[in-house]
Structures are given as C-alpha cells and as structure tokens.
Design a protein around this ligand. Structure first.
Ligand SMILES: *Cc1c(COP(=O)(O)O)cnc(C)c1O
Length: 420
C-alpha cells in the first residue's frame, strides 16, 4: 500500500464524501439524519454551554480525571517505567461512558427525546443507559439475541437504568445485526431520535465525534505525566477493538513523533481466519473494504463478506477497525501487535497480583503488549491505557482460571435459589 505522509493526514478524515479511509457510505434514507448530526457536531459541540456542561458532568458523574498510576512493582520486574491510565474507575467501569455522555448530551441539546444504541457485549449499552437515566432521556438498546442471552449481567443492569432492551433475532443475532437494526430504526425515526454509536467508526461524522470525546484520555495523561517526570513518555500502548480508547489516548501525541504509539489487537487462539480479530497485525486475512457506512480495513473473504472473528474479550471481537487507526497504521505512525487469549489472561493475573488492579480482558491485551515490548527495550517510560476494569469478566475469567471452583459455586448458587 502507498505510504502517505503524516502531514497531509487531515485530508483523509473529517470528510463526508471521499477520503482514503472513512467517508459516508450510507443508503440515501439516512442522509438527512447524518447531515443534522454534522451540523450539531460543527455548531453545538464546540459551543461554550455544551462544553461547560460536558466538563461538569465528566467531573461529577463520570468521575474524571481518572488516575495515572505508577506501576512500581511491575516496573521493577520488567525493567522499564510503567504507568497505567486507569479508565476502569470511570462510572460504569470503562472509557465507553466518555463517548456515551457526550453524544447523549448532544442529543439533548438538539432537542431529541429518544436515544437508540447498539451494543455487542453490553458495555456501550450500559454506558448509554446510565447517561440517559442521568439526563432524563428515553433509551432503547438493541442487542443481538445471542449476545443478550450470553451477557445477562449487562442486560440486567441496562434494565436497572430504566432502558428498554430490544433483542434482535435477525441474521447471526449478534453485534452486526444489532447495528443494522439500529440504523433501520434510526432512518424511520430520526426526527425525534438520536443514534449513539459506540466506537470511533461508522459513517462521518461519528469517527471524528467519538475521537474528540475520547481524547480527554490523552489530554489528561499529558498533564498527569508532568507529576511524575519531565518531557514525554517513550511508548503509549492501547488495545484496539473498534479503536475509540486507542485514538482517544493517542490523539494528543500523534504529532509528537518521538512517542511510539502501539495498538494491540486480539490474537485470539491462532493465525487462521476466524481465530482472531487482528486486522492490522495479521495482514494476510484483512484488506480495504466498505461496510457499515465507512471505508477501512476489514477481516473479510475474497467476496468482501466480513469474516467471523474470535477473542476471549467481547470488546475486541470485531471484523473492522476505525478509519483513523487504519490510516495511521498504514502510514506507519501506529505500530500494531496482537496478543493471544492466553497472553491476555497471563497479563491480567500478573498486573492484578503485582499492582492491585483488575483490568478488563480488553485492557489485558494492552498489558500483554507492554510485557512484549519490555522483552525488547529497557529503561523506557511506557504508559498503558487500562480502558476498563475486569469485574464484568468474572463469568469468563473465573471459568478459564478456576474452572472447578467456579462450577461448584454456580451449582451451589442454583441450589440456594431453589431454597427461596
Ligand atoms: C468496548 C471496549 C473496548 C474496545 O473498544 P474500542 O472502541 O476499541 O476502545 C476496549 N476496552 C473496554 C474496557 C471496552 O469496554
């Protein structure tokens, strides 16, 4: 692929019609809704009242700024200075709420009464439902029927926030079908309804709006670094699903060319098609394509059909990647690694035991990336974005790490329920 100089990167996104990646590849029926969103993004979003309210809610509702933790014990073991930006302390447990809050607030300022959103594992749905409860908007969360069945705890919490969960039983009954259903509903009801999209992808202006809302992560990090050391870090490391925590973390460092930016994708259980979700690191099974409203790099077959993917972490289990990361990867500004399921599980235990934090399985991929980098370099300043906390993963991690004890606990729990 042709190398594109970094200086000209602005012409490749922030664009509705063309662009090497990104764009707005949508059915005509969605055009008015996206044009209205574009107007709001250009005029309401940068306005003083909106930004002021966003900042206040970020502080008092999300609990920002989240801390930058010096990981002293791990640093000693790995021979580098390692810092953790802990987004897991944000309300609802992950960075997703930075984006959800910004979009729900924008919807409110636009005079919309209803919020709709898609969700795969349920983390985005949970964040959106919490923000709707806080700001008093009606909320519908679309979830593939299979996902809704296997993500019971999130479904339970989404409903606790007063949102309506709509189980989508078309197609493969997973995230891709939930996205299609949400778009279909939005095209009919955009007059009074706002679609809150969950990652830095989809048709313009969503990737730009989500990047701007998540860039609070990197801005805080830049400030917080100063409490620990002079100058810039050497490495920033983030996990990459759709790409929103990574682009938000990297945003303020893209022009600082001495800072190495590392994205870590899901290496799953192997290199073959369907065994992972590595679009940038395993280039043999991915290529440029157009899906779900945008042009980017997708895991797809020779007919352009999106491939099945696998990851132990639901948030990284997606065939596409946001257009900004695809672009920055293509020009070499971001390097991509992948971490396998078992490497993420190892990193989870290693950081929990030595630093007293439980990272989400997604974030554990970034931490596995840190361990890999430390095998090659010493005495560098490395900051990892811990995009979420791992409480939500107990049904997966307990089963993987303590299968017998976990099974016994669940069986006993069923017996206890029978008693009441
Ligand atoms: C959803 C999720 C991700 C992946 O999404 P991005 O858009 O790539 O950030 C990563 N970490 C956590 C904790 C998540 O919930």
């Amino acid at each position: 692929m042709k190398k594109i100089p970094l200086k000209s990167h602005h012409q490749f996104f922030g664009d509705r019609t063309t662009g090497y990646f990104g764009g707005q590849y949508i059915p005509e029926i969605l055009r008015p809704a996206l044009l209205e969103l574009e107007e709001a993004y250009k005029h309401i979003f940068p306005s003083k009242p909106y930004q002021k309210e966003l900042q206040e809610l970020s502080k008092h509702f999300i609990s920002r700024p989240t801390p930058l933790i010096y990981a002293q014990n791990v640093s000693k073991i790995l021979g580098n200075e390692i810092y953790l930006k802990f987004e897991g302390l944000a309300n609802t447990g992950a960075h997703k709420i930075n984006n959800a809050l910004g979009q729900v607030l924008l919807a409110k300022k636009m005079g919309k009464k209803h919020i709709i959103a898609e969700t795969g594992a349920g983390q985005h749905g949970l964040a959106v439902a919490a923000c709707c409860a806080k700001l008093g908007l009606a909320c519908e969360i679309y979830m593939g029927a299979i996902d809704a069945n296997r993500q019971r705890p999130n479904v339970f919490n989404i409903e606790l926030f007063g949102a309506k969960l709509i189980s989508v039983s078309s197609g493969s009954q997973t995230l891709k079908d939930a996205v299609n259903e949400t778009l279909r509903v939005w095209s009919k009801r955009s007059q009074d309804t706002f679609y809150v999209l969950g990652s830095a992808l989809g048709p313009y202006p969503y990737p730009d709006l989500v990047r701007d809302l998540q860039s609070v992560i990197g801005r805080e990090v830049k400030r917080q670094c100063k409490e620990y050391f002079q100058g810039l870090p050497d490495y920033l490391v983030a996990c990459v699903g759709g790409g929103s925590n990574a682009i938000g973390f990297f945003r303020d460092f893209i022009q600082e060319e001495s800072v190495k930016l590392i994205g870590v994708e899901a290496g799953g259980i192997g290199e073959a098609m369907g065994e992972n979700a590595a679009r940038m690191d395993k280039k043999s099974t991915s290529s440029v394509g157009i899906a779900q409203g945008y042009k980017s790099i997708f895991l797809q077959d020779t007919h352009g059909q999106l491939s099945p993917t696998h990851s132990i972490s639901a948030g990284l289990d997606y065939a596409g990647i946001g257009p900004q990361l695809a672009f920055l990867g293509t020009i070499g500004r971001i390097q991509f690694l992948s971490a396998q399921d078992k490497e993420a599980l190892y990193a989870l235990q290693f950081f929990a035991k030595n630093e007293g934090i439980i990272p989400a399985l997604e974030s554990s991929h970034a931490l596995a990336g840190v361990i890999k980098i430390c095998e090659k370099v010493k005495n560098k300043k490395i900051i990892a974005n811990v995009s979420g906390r791992g409480d939500k993963d107990i049904f997966i991690t307990a089963k993987a790490l303590k299968p017998t004890e976990w099974r016994l606990f669940l069986e006993e729990e069923i017996e206890r329920i029978k008693g009441v």
